[in-house]
Design a binder for this molecule. Structure first.
Ligand code: PEP
Length: 258
C-alpha cells in the first residue's frame, strides 16, 4: 500500500561453510535453547546453514523450535546423473527450509555464474525452500567505483521469476569483507542496500519492499548492533562468528528490545 511502512522480520543466518561434524550438535542445541529461553522475546528469524552431511541429524534436534536449518548450495536439477551433487528437493527432504545460492566462495571456487545462481534459486523455489541469494563486489570493483553497478548487475542476473518476501532473501556480501575482519562503513552499507531495495522494487513491484536484504561480511558481536541498525539492513549472514553459539547469539541479541 502506498505510503505504508513495510515491516520485514529480521533474519540472522549462520553459514558454517565446510565446518561442522555430528559433534557440533551442541552448538545447535545451545542456540535452540537460547531462542526458547533468554532470547525468546527477540523478534528475529534465526537459521544455521551447516554442511549438508549433518542437516538431517540436526533437523531432528530443532524440529518444532525457532531455529531453522539451511543448506549452502544446491544443484539446479531435481534429480539425475550428477555425481556428488545435492538437489534442493534432497535438502528439503533432509530438513532444510532455505538454501544459500551464489555465495562468493562458490562463484570464485566453482566458477558459478549468475545464470547458474538464478537456476539454483529457481530450484530452491521449486522445492519449497527459501533462496538466500548472495551478491557482492570485489575489492578491485569497489576501488574502481563499480560497487553499485556490479551489485545491480549480479542481482538482476541471479534472481529467478516470481520472487517475493516469503521465498527469497538477498545477502549483500562485499567479497573483500568476508573472513577478513574488514567492514564497509555504515553509510556505504546504507547506499548499497538502498540501491538493492530500489532494484527489487523495479523487478518485483510491491513485493520488492517485503524481500529481506541481509548484510554479510565480518559481522561480529562487537559490530552487529551498528551494522544491523542501518536502513534496509534486515539481518545478517554470518560466517566465522556463527560457528560458536555464544558469538552467534551475541549477534542475534542486536535485535533484543527492537
Ligand atoms: C560468509 O561467508 O557468508 C561470511 C559473511 O563470512 P564471515 O562472517 O566470516 O566474513
Amino acid at each position: 500500500m502506498a505510503g505504508q511502512k513495510q515491516e520485514r522480520r529480521p533474519l540472522v543466518a549462520g553459514n558454517w561453510k565446510m565446518n561442522g561434524l555430528k559433534g557440533s550438535l551442541s552448538e545447535i542445541t545451545a542456540i535452540r535453547d537460547a531462542l526458547s529461553g533468554p532470547l525468546a522475546a527477540v523478534a528475529a528469524d534465526v537459521l544455521i546453514a551447516p554442511p549438508a552431511t549433518v542437516i538431517a541429524s540436526f533437523a531432528a534436534a530443532v524440529a518444532g523450535t525457532r531455529l531453522a536449518l539451511g543448506a549452502q548450495d544446491c544443484h539446479a536439477k531435481p534429480l539425475g546423473a550428477h555425481t556428488g551433487d545435492i538437489s534442493a528437493e534432497m535438502l528439503k527432504d533432509a530438513g532444510a527450509s532455505a538454501v544459500i545460492v551464489g555465495h562468493s566462495e562458490r562463484r570464485a571456487d566453482h566458477g558459478e555464474t549468475s545464470a547458474e545462481v538464478r537456476a539454483k534459486a529457481a530450484a530452491a523455489h521449486r522445492a519449497g525452500l527459501v533462496a538466500i541469494v548472495c551478491i557482492g563486489e570485489t575489492q578491485g570493483e569497489r576501488a574502481a567505483g563499480a560497487t553499485l553497478s556490479v551489485v545491480s548487475r549480479q542481482l538482476k542476473a541471479s534472481l529467478p521469476k516470481e520472487i517475493n518476501g516469503a521465498n527469497t532473501v538477498i545477502a549483500y556480501e562485499p567479497v573483500w569483507a568476508i573472513g577478513t575482519g574488514l567492514i564497509p562503513t555504515a553509510s556505504d552499507v546504507e547506499a548499497v542496500h538502498a540501491a538493492i531495495r530500489q532494484d527489487l522494487k523495479d523487478i518485483a513491484g510491491a513485493e520488492g519492499s517485503s524481500i529481506r536484504i541481509l548484510y554479510g561480511g565480518s559481522v561480529k558481536p562487537d559490530n552487529a548492533a551498528t551494522l544491523l541498525s542501518v536502513a534496509n539492513v534486515d539481518g545478517a549472514l554470518v560466517g566465522g562468528a556463527s560457528l560458536k553459539a555464544s558469538d552467534f547469539l551475541a549477534i542475534v541479541r542486536a535485535y533484543e528490545g527492537k
